[in-house]
Design a binder for this molecule. Structure first.
Ligand code: CA
Length: 224
């Protein structure tokens, strides 16, 4: 799992990274809002731990902007404030859970586990297409000796494309299945994730490509 920590209290930020590292979770850290937003927008994270009071842009605005970009990475908000209204504001802005500082490391880990737990997955451990293998447990995409980690949504999109084999998958189907019918995400979000995936597929030097069929959608193809 890859996590992003956005927290301007450096001691706390570093402590959170250490707690995560002890659990085998890679974490990137930043101490201000605007940098946090641009890092979060890469879609490269499975979870974001986000402070409310931040320099540059507060956590509420950050999560709102993130959701507007169609990025639905789970967000755990941290705050020193305890009022119910603050909690409601955080959840309304698009956060998935909320934790009041100070907290115990066990609570942080339990909440992260709950946020990133995937439900309904069948117990098939790998999906393959051409020279690509998608590990359904670790979310790593492999080709030969090269591998790259996929974030939550990248993984879901790739899994759907692979399970459709060479059949065309429409943007609408991806949107409904990966983001859910009630999501505010748009077809632009699908395009953004397909573009992230294309970069990652290129990175592992696969002969597979995601082909766009105008007005229809996407399908996987092996390029000879
Ligand atoms: Ca702060």
């Amino acid at each position: 799992m890859n996590a992003l920590v956005v927290e301007d209290e450096r001691n706390l930020a570093d402590a959170i990274c250490q707690i995560l590292a002890d659990e085998g979770t890679r974490a990137d850290v930043t101490y201000d809002g605007p940098t946090g937003l641009s890092m979060a927008r890469t879609g490269n994270y499975d979870a974001i731990i986000l402070d409310v009071m931040l320099p540059g842009m507060d956590g509420l605005e950050l999560v709102r902007e993130l959701r507007r970009s169609g990025i639905s990475t789970p967000v755990l908000m941290l705050t020193a404030r305890t009022s119910t209204q603050d909690k409601v504001n955080g959840l309304d802005a698009g956060a998935d859970d909320y934790m009041t500082k100070p907290f115990e490391s066990a609570e942080l880990l339990a909440r992260l586990r709950a946020l990133t737990r995937r439900t309904g997955d069948v117990m098939i451990e790998e999906s393959t297409f051409g020279d690509l293998t998608l590990d359904l447990t670790t979310h790593d995409l492999r080709c030969g000796s090269k591998s790259v980690h996929l974030s939550g949504k990248e993984f879901e999109v790739m899994k759907m494309l692979m399970s459709s084999s060479a059949r065309v998958v429409s943007k609408r189907d991806l949107l409904n299945r990966v983001w859910g019918g009630n999501s505010e995400a748009s077809e632009n979000s699908v395009e953004a994730y397909v573009s992230f995936l294309r970069k990652k597929i290129k990175h592992v030097e696969s002969t597979v490509q995601i082909t766009t069929l105008r007005m229809l959608g996407y399908r996987l193809e092996v390029i000879k």
